[in-house]
Design a protein around this ligand. Sequence first.
Ligand SMILES: [Mn+2]
Length: 424
Amino acid sequence: MQIELEHISDYNQTQLEGHQRKLSYWTQEVAKAEPVIQKLIEFQVAIPSWALGTGGTRFGRFPGGGEPRSLEEKIADVGLLHALNRASGAISLHIPWDIPTDPQAVKQLAAQNGLRFDAVNSNTFQDQADQALSYKFGSLQHTDAAVRQQAIDHNIDVIKHGVELGSDSLTVWLSDGSCFPGQLNFRKAFDRTLSSLAEIYAALPDDWKLFVEYKAFEPNFYSMTVGDWGSSFLFASKLGPKAYTLVDLGHHLPNANIEQIVAILLHQGKLGGFHFNDSKYGDDDLTVGSIRPYQLFLIFTELVDGMDARGMNHAKDLGWMIDASHNVKDPLEDLLQSVEAIQLAYAQALLVDREALEEAREANDPVRAQEILQDAFRTDVRPLVAEARRRAGGSLNPLGLYRTLDVRQQLIGERGAKTFATGL
Ligand SMILES: [Mn+2]
């Protein structure tokens, strides 16, 4: 299905009066509001191709119907999101789940939906049916050089698919590590991983970036070879200027100070990409902003501050992506909520009075510093986000329109109730 422009404008008409009333507060604050709205219009968050179906755990999976059956249908789903919110203008592919058989046609289809291709993702955390050697004991760290070579070749293959689609970055997330003390020589695992990554790095086109994603635990439960930002930073630093750390919010040990990690990585010019989700206990992959919205705001405050300090373009200079799983929600509704949560945190971070905050810091005044941050966090910026969407041609209330149009039922009608999307 497609969401027609008149669906959006008709629906917006029904919401306009209420929207303008809420927005009227900001007419006193135009000098503050306008730059925020402009930045929100530019800001796009990529949607991963593996998050469009129902997620599951090792205990089970409860599909909701109408899931995309092919790469083309995944692109169509992201197209629906983007039509509604005008902020999901990119898709991130996972190889081999989404190998484009006809790259030109796929590229064209994406362009028709207003989408570009974000980072491509390799997969050496599971064995494919036609695969010669197993990744059971790791991929880039493996003791057997032939397994390492297979994983290197796969990553280089992923780069080639990405080049065909106009992508410009590769995300490498490794499940490599060990489950038991004594199983792995940490130093050898590090060295092997580094030399494997160096071969992949050497195959990167000049204008590409390599993102090294870290994760504290799972599927390995004793050690992860790229287990924290320190190891990722070390790998990225040793690889060279095209390699960066990628921060996934769910990949830390409980209560890690992610905003501080982000600040230091940005300060060192080594933060490359970001995977948004939320969690209570571990890598829960829940809807962004559903558990810890204040943490998300604090992270964005550091992102904005750190990017401004380096003269970076908020919309273009970091890779922004959602990486979540949807066990009990309609994936598209969940993604609409996640994008909105990101926009809200971003808008609030833009409102922080940085000059006053810096003064409070220099004066060792934590009370004042907290007031400044929480003043921004407690500001209702929903009218600004809605206005940015409206101006960009999206819906004032994407979720409301999604339900009014009964999109999921239409997708079930087109694709069937028992379709199965590849993903996690
Ligand atoms: Mn991730």
